[in-house]
Design a protein around this ligand. Structure first.
Ligand code: SF4
Length: 442
């Protein structure tokens, strides 16, 4: 076993992906190299997600899997970070005697110091203190330094919305936006390093800069659009209540902005939207969708849907089903509601039997799978612009990239096309990807 080798598992959203990349950089700075197998590591870290019960159970399950390794090698350091760590704090050390280190969402930057401290003293430690605004502003993860053609760029963190089912405001803290100058400098630097596509990320990018009196998010997109070398821009996550007309207009105006928007609706019933504290009605949401399609007729949408929110009636559920039929999302990410402790919804009486929730969930999946299938089948025969990301998992001579609609496209072509925009004629549609033939490139 290497003395300074770490194994890292990441759960959850893009914010955790970005934090994990920061962890890799920081640990590299103190001489650790990343390994693919936990039994080769002297440090094992889990970067966790607390948004849903399933993600929490998964993280605990993985933690348990490392217990025998720790027993065999007591010198090994086992750590947990991310949203579960933030939420549970010291309690984790009590419950898992083999866990050495707990670090919260605001403490990633201190990881090298904390790891060193545990290694030197063998005293287990927990650091989950929330930082003040000023300190957080200094600590936005910078994303330069890793070779890739597509990158996430953090523009804001935290959330002020307090949707009644969600732990994010409690485990990530309040909203804070990064200065636009710093974001633009980073993207220029990424472009110089060969990055072609950036995804601007935050818990609710649509409210970017509001507190700081920064430029609006649409103005930020305009400026990113002007950066030479960047060919594509995406952003996520978007709260429908904060999607301004100006921002909607960007989809018609900005040539580099991909024609795909993840716009989580959560459900189609006004009664439940209110109980979820989402801040919009079904009608307002549908109006936003109509305006998006007016400015960009071929935009594709995706959404998150919660089934079985406390008190969901058959009528409420029918409203969600009819919304899916009306909007025709290309894709949805759906979940059966699970109460998160500390959130407002956890106190709402939930009398819908689990069997009924499961049955609704399956009905919804069947409907959505058919809608998605129809949308993707219609891609066969079309020519799509693809940003080539590298060799495909499909094997030798195969490349992969993404269409403007964020669909993976596999095709045969020379490896030197990586990082370039090419035209591909789609020949086949699968559930998770498309297959095509390379037409031309310049
Ligand atoms: S907008 Fe709502 S669902 Fe999204 S992170 Fe904030 S509280 Fe959670």
């Amino acid at each position: 076993m290497n003395n300074k080798a770490f194994y890292l598992e990441t759960f959850g959203c893009q914010m955790n992906v970005v934090d994990s990349e920061r962890i890799v950089e920081l640990l590299g700075g103190i001489g650790y190299r990343q390994v693919d197998e936990p039994d080769q590591a002297s440090l094992i870290l889990l970067n966790t997600c607390a948004v849903r019960d399933k993600a929490v159970r998964k993280a605990y399950g993985h933690l348990g899997r490392f217990k025998p390794l720790k027993e065999r090698n007591p010198q090994m350091i086992l750590g947990m970070g991310g949203c579960i760590a933030q939420q549970e704090g010291k309690q984790l050390l009590k419950e898992f005697p083999y866990l050495d280190l707990v670090f919260g969402t605001h403490n990633v930057h201190r990881l090298p110091e904390l790891v060193q401290q545990v290694a030197d003293t063998r005293v287990r430690c927990e650091e989950t203190e929330f930082l003040d605004r000023e300190t957080r502003l200094q600590l936005f993860p910078s994303r330069t330094g890793k070779e890739a053609f597509t990158r996430f760029v953090t523009v804001m963190q935290g959330c002020d919305n307090f949707c009644s089912y969600c732990v994010v405001p409690y485990v990530r803290g309040r909203e804070i936006s990064r200065p636009s100058g710093e974001i633009l400098d980073e993207i220029r630097e990424l472009a110089e390093q060969g990055v072609r596509e950036v995804t601007l990320i935050g818990q609710n990018v649509n409210s970017y800069g509001t507190k700081e009196k920064e430029i609006s998010f649409s103005a930020l997109l305009e400026q990113v659009n002007a950066i030479v070398g960047i060919d594509r821009i995406r952003f996520t996550t978007s709260h429908p209540k904060d999607l301004s007309d100006e921002l909607i207009g960007c989809f018609g105006r900005l040539d580099k902005l991909c024609k795909h928007l993840h716009l989580p609706v959560q459900c189609g019933s006004d009664e439940l939207l209110k109980a979820m504290n989402r801040g919009y009605t079904r009608e307002r949401y549908l109006n936003i969708v109509a305006r998006l399609r007016q400015v960009c007729p071929d935009i594709r949408l995706s959404s998150d849907i919660i089934v079985g929110f406390p008190g969901e009636t058959e009528d409420n559920f029918a409203a969600t089903m009819s919304l899916l039929e009306q909007v025709r999302y290309a894709e949805i990410y759906s979940f059966i509601y699970s109460p998160r402790s500390g959130t407002a919804a956890a106190d709402i009486k939930d009398d819908t039997p689990a069997k009924v929730k499961q049955e609704r969930f399956e009905r919804m999946l069947t409907l959505q799978q058919e809608i998605s299938r129809q949308i993707w089948e219609a891609d066969v025969g079309t020519v799509q612009e693809v940003l080539v990301e590298g060799e495909s998992k499909m094997g030798e001579g195969q490349l992969f990239g993404r269409s403007t609609w964020n669909r993976i496209v596999n095709f045969s072509g020379p490896a030197e096309l990586a990082g370039r925009l090419v035209s591909v004629r789609i020949s086949k549609s699968f559930r998770n990807s498309l297959l095509g033939e390379l037409l031309e490139y310049c």
